[in-house]
Design a protein around this ligand. Structure first.
Ligand code: GDP
Length: 432
């Protein structure tokens, strides 16, 4: 059975924690999109980790961890994360890398930096991981696939890549010879040697795994509101974090995804540019930010302070709809334990009109939140291990969200650690 674990917000919802937790009963964990531009934070028996590229199943020895074809494969980060796991005492995980994935090269990262400098005040707040230059080259059909490393035409492919890139960088950034052919070739040969043990023809492997009845997790990066097609364009990522893209990237039929666990945070955070309806500022934001996550709400990868807002039913309902959520994993519920009253945004007032639908980007800027206030529970729930142990007000908060979104909350996370996770009314067909 295939289960997708994806975010319904702007990212940072806690997908890493939920994937690590569910991977205990999985056979295969697949990273299906994005690259090393965001970090999935995991706290388990081995310590605290922020994984940027490796699937969050790597802490389980029995799990095969696949990097699927749609991922921006940064070989430098890949090898450094493997090294980091080794140094920190984690046994070498089983890793497979799709030969159909393409290489995110050092020049993509430089290009990302030069573009932000060129844009000056219009910059996107990029993490400078080379993601948009990679995806832009992918759709221009200029990237170098991993399979090309083993092709007799590699020299020609590298030569064409260099020539195109150098024309582009000279025209856009005034930088001559941005990529040296010899350096690129050397880099590619080096990656070729080191990557050999991990190669896998992803679609064939995945379809066989389904036939063999394996339990498969598809792990998305970022969240639905950053989707390139349906998100807050242009403040989006350059790929699709939707569960549907998991099937494309892994090369499996869409109807094989039987369960979509939408990871939803008990309040809202956003990193980077773009409209955030109901953004909270000042001391209220500082307090929520300080208490949030496992070390405050700061970018797992970048350290940037996350922008804060209360739970937003409008954006979450939209995000869950895009994901096709069959269930919600509600994370960070413990964080709200300091509040007497909790504001929840139930609709937007957009140009004087009340709406429950998530507007397009230009109208988001003209939208104001309409709040309802729920009672807080005013206590620490991080030690609760059963739904029944939660205070009535916390249960009420969960039920309210469930009613508003129209998707059952089946997993409740009350802390960053594996064991701080509560199952509730899970569907019998769920194998994980
Ligand atoms: P991801 O990219 O979706 O995996 O999310 P991030 O790792 O960027 O951010 C999620 C943050 O919330 C991390 O600091 C996690 O350790 C933390 N976290 C996850 N679940 C919980 C929870 O239930 N309670 C608390 N306090 N922190 C959590």
């Amino acid at each position: 059975m295939v289960t997708a674990i994806t975010g319904s917000g702007f990212g940072d919802e806690g997908k890493g924690k939920i994937t690590d937790f569910l991977a205990e009963k999985a056979d295969v964990a697949v990273r299906f999109q994005g690259g090393a531009n965001a970090g999935h934070t995991i706290r388990n028996d081995f310590g605290r980790f922020v994984l940027r590229l490796l699937p969050s199943g790597v802490f389980h020895q029995h799990v095969e961890n696949m990097i699927a074809s749609g991922v921006a494969f940064d070989a430098d980060i890949f090898f450094s994360e493997l090294e980091m796991l080794k140094e920190r005492g984690v046994k070498a995980p089983k890793i497979l890398v799709s030969t159909r994935a393409q290489l995110l090269l050092p020049i993509h990262k430089l290009q990302d930096k030069w573009e932000e400098e060129r844009l000056e005040k219009h910059k996107f707040g990029s993490t400078l991981s080379g993601i948009w230059p990679f995806y832009s080259d992918k759709f221009a059909r200029k990237n170098i696939p991993i399979s090309a490393l083993y092709s007799e035409e590699l020299r020609d492919i590298a030569d064409r890549f260099c020539k195109d890139k150098n024309i582009y960088c000279k025209a856009f950034y005034g930088i001559a010879n941005a990529v040296s052919y010899q350096d690129l070739l050397q880099y590619l040969y080096d990656v070729k040697t080191r990557l050999s043990p991990y190669l896998c023809d992803c679609p064939y492997y995945m379809n066989k795994a389904i036939k063999d009845g394996k339990n498969i997790l598809l792990e998305g990066q970022l969240g639905a509101l950053r989707d390139i097609e349906n998100g807050i364009y242009p403040y989006v990522t350059s790929s699709s974090p939707l569960a549907g893209f998991g099937s494309v990237s892994a090369g499996i039929p869409p109807y094989e995804i039987k369960s979509v666990v939408s990871v939803v945070k008990a309040y809202t955070t956003s990193v980077g540019e773009g409209p955030l309806v109901g953004e909270v500022f000042g001391s209220a934001a500082d307090e929520l930010r300080r208490r949030g996550g496992d070390q405050g709400e700061f970018g797992a990868n970048t350290g940037r302070p996350r922008r804060m807002a209360w739970f937003d039913c409008v954006s979450t309902r939209y995000g869950c709809m895009l994901q096709g959520a069959t269930e919600i994993a509600l994370t960070n519920l413990d964080v709200l334990g300091y509040l007497d009253r909790i504001p929840v945004c139930v609709s937007y007032c957009t140009n004087g009109k009340i709406t429950k639908n998530f507007p397009q980007t230009d109208l988001l800027k003209a939208s104001r939140p309409v709040y309802e206030y729920l009672n807080g529970w005013n206590c620490d729930i991080s030690g609760c291990s059963q739904y029944e142990e939660l205070p009535e007000a916390a249960k009420n908060y969960i039920r309210f969200i469930e009613d508003q979104i129209g998707v059952p909350v089946s997993i409740i996370s009350v802390g960053p650690k594996r064991k701080q996770t509560i199952f509730r009314n899970r569907r019998v067909e769920n194998k994980l």
